[in-house]
Design a protein around this ligand. Structure first.
Ligand SMILES: *[C@@H]1O[C@H](CO)[C@@H](O)[C@H](O)[C@H]1NC(C)=O
Ligand SMILES: *[C@@H]1O[C@H](CO)[C@@H](O)[C@H](O)[C@H]1NC(C)=O
Ligand SMILES: *[C@@H]1O[C@H](CO)[C@@H](O)[C@H](O)[C@H]1NC(C)=O
Length: 649
């Protein structure tokens, strides 16, 4: 090198070398990249070589994009060689024909980042995903298109929208297949379909054909079902590889069930549970790391390929979490920590290190150090001030008037709150029985703006005693706690799904006002006009209509983050003294809070949504704020999580 003086010659030489290298790389790719099932030897073959994956689930839609690489790197550093993720239709097509692949929905960037971090990808396309998401990831508006739609079936009114969605999705996926130089080695068709009573083979065949047509003949397609014959018999799709899912414990029986449907080929557990999901009001789920490690080790010793669901659960931001309906209605909280190896904030837990010790017996650990836990910071108190109530905002919003109450879906209202209002036309007994027999999911009832009481699907309490006079206004604010995400009742209409009666007489002539809580632009407009309307009138919480404690009201505030380079940092938001509602930081909806019911007490605030200097806070409190005394009207940012608080008896 010393003798060369003409740098331009050197540059040209490098350029040629790069071109030549790039070309041979491409040729090798196109001729060699293959991923197939070797049935004879019960294994996968990647580029002709035996291959087994140890994979982990991380959902892009539950982690903000600036943290994607960190989480993927930490998973790779535990020896895992694959990523598994769902694709969530409802987020990508929030309204019919309106598609979103930006920011937290930038699926292609997420998958390419996984590839850069040396992970192959197992992609679960849906359309249904469950995943403890609103309506199991199906768009709510399907129920607007056809109220009687048979979801997850060959009902043509359903398939039309599935086909349209896949016509948008599959062309984005195809270039990312392994054979095309991308990371995707396997693609899942539907999801645990054997757990859905429809058992519609015309539907599952349609889904297989749709994916084959869009992605070609080579990619390995698979299904996932519970580890029992009862599940597999409706989940099995001819020409698609059947896999099972199950948690720690007996691993023999589920794999035997799989063998009845796939006598040859690699054993696969597509969802191995290191923890479990949570419900509001029920203790936080945990699973002992040693128990998790034991079955993990046993499966890997059998040469099985295993996906850990979840490796990192993350957060169901906004109003995206779903509910279960297993005997009773149970809503899922904002945190999706899952007691996974990486905590909700992405930190390696003790379970991480125990699992990593198992993984390394079977696959080489990459060199280098595991990235450390991110620093956390206590930003302290942020004071808030009342902005106005839902009742003050509602006259500024569009409304719909009908003889009988209609659902969120009929109103094209994705989620959140709808105010239902009518005027009592006749004299009633004192007290009279008001029945809101199938409220979905929680109703706050007011008579002439005085809080009367609540009805609750969770508690199966649908009646209350009402004293009211003719011409009094009856208002019911109905909250969706998230649509059912699993089982036969995923067509979970929200709002008032039946008539409201008083001593058996149905109330008529309803005005319905949806609150724009899922769209920040529309919410900002509404808040802007609310402030304009109230200008000059100082807003006192006790004057806010709603509960006597200032519920059903918006509060705003701000807090300062130091301007030096060590900030912003991750933090956790505590709402002590607040009851139930929604919170936004810098216009990003963190999600639902309900600390008195638990088990989640604090909300995770990722540093990526914070900025140096002033940050904004917006709270919508449904029930009772601590703001009657202005000095107690605050929330607190602390440096420790709390998702395992006490729960009611
Ligand atoms: C790729 O294919 C070529 C030609 O078939 C072969 O010589 C080469 O060894 C293959 N490379 C790998 C990594 O399998
Ligand atoms: C696992 O695979 C290895 C290598 O192919 C083989 O020697 C061994 O017998 C297999 N173990 C089981 C339990 O199938
Ligand atoms: C992991 O294994 C090493 C020895 O291989 C041991 O020293 C360490 O304690 C183990 N860590 C955990 C968390 O089990």
């Amino acid at each position: 090198m010393r003798g060369i003086t003409n740098t331009s010659i050197l540059c040209i030489f490098y350029l040629l070398a790069l071109l030549a290298f790039g070309r041979s790389n491409v040729q090798e790719r196109s001729s060699n990249k293959s991923f197939v099932i070797d049935y004879n030897n019960n294994q996968f073959l990647k580029d002709g070589q035996p291959f087994r994956y140890i994979s982990g689930s991380i959902h892009y839609f539950r982690v903000i994009p600036s943290d994607w690489r960190d989480r993927l790197k930490k998973m790779r550093m535990a020896g895992f060689n694959a990523l598994q993720t769902y694709v969530e239709w409802s987020s990508h097509e929030p309204e019919p024909g309106m598609y979103d692949f930006n920011d937290i929905l930038d699926l292609e960037t997420f998958l390419k980042t996984a590839q850069e971090e040396d992970l192959v990808v197992i992609l679960r396309l849906g359309p249904f995903i469950d995943a403890e998401r609103d309506m199991g990831g199906l768009p709510y508006w399907l129920l607007h298109k056809n109220q009687d739609m048979r979801l997850r079936s060959s009902d043509p009114s359903y398939l039309t929208y599935v086909d349209e969605w896949f016509a948008v999705l599959l062309p984005k996926i195809k270039p990312l297949l392994y054979e095309n130089g991308g990371p995707i080695i396997m693609v899942q068709v539907e999801n645990e379909y054997g757990s859905y009573p429809a058992c519609d083979f015309a539907y599952t065949s349609h889904m297989r054909n749709l994916v084959r047509k869009g992605l070609g003949d080579n990619v390995v397609l698979f299904t996932t079902d519970g580890g029992g014959v009862g599940y597999l018999k409706c989940g099995k799709i001819p020409g698609v590889y059947s896999t099972v899912d199950f948690g720690p414990g007996d691993i023999t029986k589920p794999f035997e069930a799989m063998r009845l449907f796939e006598p040859q080929g690699p054993l696969v557990n597509s969802e191995y549970y290191p923890g479990w999901l949570d419900h509001w009001g029920a203790p936080h789920s945990t699973r002992d790391a040693k128990v998790v490690a034991k079955s993990f080790d046993d499966m890997l010793a059998m040469n099985a390929s295993v996906n850990m669901y979840m490796f990192h659960g993350g957060t169901s931001f906004g109003l995206s979490s779903g509910s279960n309906l297993d005997g009773s209605f149970q809503a899922c909280p904002t945190s999706y920590d899952y007691d996974a190896p990486l905590s909700e904030a992405g930190d390696p837990t003790e379970k991480y290190w125990i699992i990593r010790n198992i993984t390394k017996k079977y696959l080489p650990l990459p060199s280098g150090d595991v990235p450390p836990a991110s620093p956390k910071y206590s930003y302290g108190r942020a004071h808030l001030a009342p902005l106005g109530s839902v009742f003050q905002m509602s006259p500024l919003l569009q409304s719909v008037t009908q003889k009988w109450p209609i659902t969120f879906e009929q109103l094209l209202m994705p989620n959140g709150l709808v105010l239902y209002e009518t005027v009592l036309p006749f004299r009633i007994a004192d007290p009279a029985r008001m029945s809101i027999s199938d409220v979905h999911d929680r109703g706050y009832v007011f008579v002439d703006s005085q809080f009367l009481g609540m009805v609750s699907r969770e508690q199966k309490m649908y009646d209350l005693a009402v004293s009211a006079l003719p011409n009094h206004t009856i208002s019911i604010i109905v909250e969706s706690q998230g649509r059912v995400c699993f089982g036969s009742e995923i067509n979970d209409f929200k709002g008032l799904t039946t008539n409201v009666t008083i001593n058996g007489y149905s109330l008529e002539n309803w005005k319905m006002v949806p609150l724009p809580l899922t769209n920040m632009t529309r919410l900002s407009y509404a808040l802007h006009y609310l402030q304009k309307k109230l200008k000059g009138n100082q807003v006192h919480p006790e004057r806010l209509m709603g509960t006597p404690k200032g519920g059903m009201s918006f509060y705003k505030g701000s807090f300062i983050i130091p301007s030096n380079d060590s900030h912003p940092q991750d933090t956790f938001l505590y709402l002590d003294g607040w009851r139930k509602g929604l919170v936004w930081v810098n216009d990003f909806c963190l999600g639902r809070y309900w600390p008195e019911v638990g088990p989640q007490v604090a909300l995770y605030v990722p540093r990526g949504i914070l900025k140096k200097g002033s940050n904004t806070l917006l709270v919508l409190e449904f029930e009772a704020s601590p703001c009657l005394i202005p000095s107690s009207c605050f929330v607190t940012f602390k440096d420790t999580p709390k998702i395992d608080g006490s729960t009611p008896k």
